[in-house]
Design a protein around this ligand. Structure first.
Ligand code: GDP
Ligand code: GDP
Length: 468
C-alpha cells in the first residue's frame, strides 16, 4: 500500500514550499478540494524509488482559541489517515506557542512523527534547533525546503519502513520466481520470465479477482450502489472487515468471475470515527484508486459535473487505471433533463472517450447488472498481451491510411512498435523525428490503436523513441 505523508505546522513554516518540492515530479498530481476540505492539498509524489501520497494539511494556528477543535476540523482526519507525520517548524522564527500546542496534540497520537526544522539556510542549524528540543519530540531534521536541502535525506528516513517491504519482495525476485507469486502486471514485467512463463503468468492474472474501487464525491450514491451490488442474491459475500482508516475490501463472485470490491463509502460506517469531521476521505479514495484494477466512478445525474468529479477522474487517469463511469439517480428524470445531462457529459467528459458510461439507478437497481460487463471488458483490455508484430502491423496501417506530416522538410517515418507495459497498456513507437509529431497525429495513432485492438475502458499510453 502506498504510504501517506501529512505535513503539519502553523502557517508560514514552509509547508506549501515542501509540498511543491515533493510533488514536483513527473507523476505528481495535485488536487484541491475547495470547500470540502478547506485548503488541504493532496498530491502524489515520487522521490528516488519511493512513491507516496503527500497532504498539506493547511495552516493550523495554535494560538487561536482551542487548537483541538481547529485541528479536528482541518487536520485531524489527515493526521489519522497518514502513515507518517512531518511536523514543520520555522528555524528562523524560533519556537512559538503554536508550535507547542501542535506538539502537544501530536504527542498524544501514536503516529510516527518527524520534527522538521525548516529554513536553516543561512543560519547556524544546530543553534537554530536548540530550542526546539523543548517540544519533546524524538530527534529532529534540518531542512531548507526552498533550497531543496536535506529534503531527500529526510524523506529517505521517513519512508524507510515502507521501502523495506518493497526491497524484500525485490530480493525474492532475484532468487527464484514462482508464477503464483506474481499478482500484478508490474511484478510479471519485472521478473524477466521466458515468453512461455510470462504467457502463463498473464493467463493466471486474467483469472485473478478484479479489484474494483467504487469512488465518487459525497452523496452521489456510492453506499447505495455498494449495498445494491452486495444485496444481489447471486453475489457471495465474505466478511472481511477493514481497519478504521482504510477502505473495506469485500471479496465477491458473480457469474463465475471473482471480484474484490473496494468500498470507499463504508457500507458499515465505522462507529468509532468522528462523523462530524468528514464522511468522505480523499486519501482513502486515492489509496483505493492506487490499489484497484478498475475504477468505477459514480456521478450524480441530478447535480452538475463538478471540479471534484473531475479531480477524482484525474486520480484515476493519473494512476493509469481502467475506468467505468456510472451516472446514478437516473430514475424519475424527464427526457428533457436526461438530454441535458447527456450533452453535459459529452462536453465535459469527452476527453475520456475510452470509458463506458452507464446510466443507472442504484436505488432501484436499474442498469446495475450491466456494469460488470464493462468492468470485465476494461480489465481484459488493460491486461491483454499484444505482440510486437501486431503492434507494428497496426502502426503500418495507420501510417498508410494517413501519412505523418513533414517536419523541417523531412517526412516523419514510423518504423516499428512494441509493448512497453500493461495496465495501462504502453505502446512504444520507434521512428525518425517521432518526438516532434504534432499532438493531432499522436491522438490519431492512439485512436487507431484503440479501434484496431478493441481496447475499451483502459487508457493507452504511447511513447515515442527517435531512432535516426
Ligand atoms: P506554509 O504557510 O507553511 O505553507 O508556508 P509557505 O510554504 O507558504 O512558506 C512561507 C514563507 O517561507 C514563504 O515566503 C517561503 O518562501 C518561505 N520559505 C519556505 N521554505 C523556506 C526555506 O527553506 N528557507 C527560507 N529562507 N525561506 C523559506
Ligand atoms: P454516498 O455518500 O456516495 O455513499 O451516497 P449515498 O449512497 O449515501 O446516497 C446519498 C443519497 O442519494 C441517499 O439519500 C440515497 O438514497 C440517494 N440515492 C442514491 N442512489 C440513488 C438513485 O439511484 N436514485 C435516487 N433517486 N436517489 C439515490
Amino acid at each position: 500500500m502506498i504510504p501517506v505523508v501529512a505535513l503539519v505546522g502553523r502557517p508560514n513554516v514552509g509547508k506549501s514550499t515542501l509540498f511543491n518540492r515533493l510533488t514536483r515530479t513527473r507523476d505528481a498530481l495535485v488536487a484541491d478540494f475547495p470547500g470540502l476540505t478547506r485548503d488541504r492539498k493532496y498530491g502524489k509524489a515520487e522521490l528516488e524509488e519511493h512513491e507516496f501520497i503527500v497532504i498539506d494539511t493547511g495552516g493550523i494556528d495554535g494560538t487561536e482559541e482551542g487548537v483541538e477543535t481547529k485541528m479536528a476540523e482541518q487536520s485531524l482526519m489527515a493526521i489519522e489517515e497518514a502513515d507518517v507525520v512531518l511536523f514543520l517548524v520555522d528555524g528562523r522564527a524560533g519556537l512559538t506557542s503554536s508550535d507547542e500546542a501542535i506538539a502537544k496534540h501530536l504527542r498524544s497520537r501514536e503516529k510516527p512523527t518527524f520534527l522538521v526544522v525548516n529554513k536553516i539556510d543561512g543560519v547556524d542549524g544546530d543553534s537554530a534547533c536548540a530550542e526546539f528540543w523543548k517540544l519533546g519530540m524524538n530527534g529532529m531534521y534540518q531542512i531548507a525546503a526552498a533550497q531543496n536541502r536535506g529534503v531527500t535525506a529526510l524523506m529517505e528516513r521517513a519512508l524507510a519502513p515502507f521501502a523495506d517491504s518493497l526491497n524484500a519482495t525485490e530480493d525474492e525476485d532475484s532468487d527464484e520466481v514462482f508464477i503464483e507469486d506474481l499478482t500484478s502486471v508490474e511484478d510479471i514485467e519485472k521478473a524477466n520470465l521466458s515468453e512461455a512463463d510470462a504467457e502463463a503468468a498473464y493467463k493466471r492474472l486474467q483469472e485473478q479477482p478484479i479489484k474494483m474501487a467504487i469512488i465518487g464525491r459525497p452523496n452521489v450514491g456510492k453506499s447505495t450502489l455498494t449495498n445494491r451490488i452486495l444485496g444481489e442474491e447471486r453475489v457471495v459475500v465474505y466478511d472481511m472487515p477493514g481497519t478504521t482508516r482504510d477502505s473495506i475490501y469485500i471479496p465477491m463472485e458473480r457469474e463465475g468471475q471473482e471480484y474484490v470490491l473496494i468500498d470507499t463509502a463504508g457500507i458499515r460506517r465505522r462507529k468509532n470515527m468522528n462523523q462530524a469531521v468528514e464522511k468522505f476521505s480523499v486519501i482513502q479514495t486515492l489509496k483505493a484508486v492506487e490499489d484497484a484494477n478498475v475504477v468505477l466512478l459514480v456521478i450524480d445525474a441530478r447535480e452538475n459535473i463538478s471540479d471534484q468529479d473531475l479531480s477524482l477522474l484525474g486520480f484515476a487517469l493519473n494512476a493509469g487505471r481502467s475506468l467505468v463511469i456510472a451516472v446514478n439517480k437516473w430514475d424519475g428524470l424527464d427526457n428533457e433533463v436526461k438530454e441535458r445531462v447527456k450533452s453535459e457529459l459529452d462536453r465535459r467528459l469527452g476527453f475520456v472517450d475510452f470509458a463506458r458510461i452507464h446510466f443507472i439507478s442504484a436505488l432501484h437497481g436499474t442498469g446495475v447488472g450491466h456494469l460488470y460487463e464493462s468492468v470485465q471488458e476494461a480489465y481484459q483490455s488493460a491486461t491483454k498481451r499484444i505482440s510486437t508484430s501486431l503492434l507494428t502491423r497496426i502502426m503500418q496501417m495507420a501510417q498508410d491510411d494517413h501519412q505523418p506530416p513533414m517536419i523541417r522538410g523531412r517526412r516523419v517515418k514510423l518504423k516499428y512498435a512494441h509493448a512497453g507495459g500493461y495496465n495501462p497498456p504502453i505502446i512504444v513507437i520507434h521512428g525518425n523525428q517521432v518526438n516532434e509529431l504534432p499532438g493531432s497525429y499522436k491522438r490519431y495513432l492512439m485512436n487507431y490503436y484503440r479501434k484496431s485492438l478493441e481496447m475499451m475502458g483502459t487508457p493507452i499510453r504511447i511513447q515515442f523513441q527517435s531512432s535516426e
